[in-house]
Design a protein around this ligand. Structure first.
Ligand code: PGA
Length: 247
């Protein structure tokens, strides 16, 4: 059975005080579930605040080298050493604003695999690609290149987040039809690439998930949860998404 995951991507938001208050609010809710796992991806400086909070916490980025002269970067080993449990790789903001190429992302995937460190590989097409109706080829090309170094016995480390760039932070999520179509294409790719093991990879949707559209999105075939930006900054709305996914 593949995992259902509700993941908060805080991006570059919240101060220390706000993080403490978020964690205090978080701890007043019941997040126990057999089928759904809750995860938080805060700015890396707050990861240690989560180690006592009994919640899966992960980093938003990692560098592929093990150690050395890479000012400002963090390694897989460093993240693991403080109890960080997973990492996002290839978020579209990293790809677009920080020029992360498919090749670099493949290196990051390789570093995670080597250290047995779970990761969420993010993929997503820009609006121009969606308008040209070439989104499927675009996404499968990203996955093909980013997962180049992964073999079937390693894919329990992998989850995928499909996040169309035009839907991120725009308030305009993809439609259930668009989501179902792409998640099926991704599942089909995973099965062709990894065989039966491809069934076990969780595929999350991301892009303006909120309390109004969550239930419909979670009902789509091959949607195994969500990666949530804006609506995760407030514990109340994040908890509503949790209830929708557990329902
Ligand atoms: P959003 O962000 O929910 O604010 O659209 C999602 C993401 O970028 O992961």
């Amino acid at each position: 059975m593949r995992k259902q995951i509700l993941a908060a991507n805080w991006k570059m938001n919240l101060t220390q005080k706000e993080v403490h208050s978020w964690i205090a609010d978080f701890q007043t809710k019941n997040w126990n579930s057999e089928q759904v796992q809750v995860r938080v991806y805060p700015s890396a400086i707050y990861l240690k605040d989560f180690t006592t909070a009994q919640v899966h916490c992960g980093a938003q980025n990692v560098f592929h080298e093990v150690r050395g002269a890479f000012t400002g970067e963090l390694s897989v080993e460093q993240l693991q050493s403080i109890g960080c449990q997973s990492v996002l790789i290839g978020h579209s903001e990293r790809r677009e604003l920080f020029q992360e190429s498919n090749e670099l992302i493949a290196q990051k995937v390789k570093a995670c695999i080597k250290a047995s460190f779970p990761f969420v590989l993010c993929c997503g097409e820009p609006l121009s690609v969606r308008k040209a109706q070439t989104q499927e080829a675009f996404i499968l090309d990203q996955l093909q290149k980013n997962l180049e170094h992964v073999s079937p016995d390693q894919i329990d480390l992998l989850a995928i987040a499909y996040e169309p760039i035009w839907a991120i932070g725009s308030g305009l999520s993809a439609s259930v039809h668009e989501i179902t179509e792409m998640h099926l294409a991704i599942r089909t790719f995973l099965m062709a690439r990894f065989g039966e093991a491809g069934q076990n990879v969780s595929i999350l949707y991301g892009g303006s998930v909120n309390t109004a559209n969550a239930a419909a999105i979670f009902n789509c075939a091959n949607v195994d949860g969500a990666l949530v930006g804006g609506a995760s900054l407030d514990v109340e709305s994040f908890y509503e998404l949790w209830l929708a996914l557990c329902a």
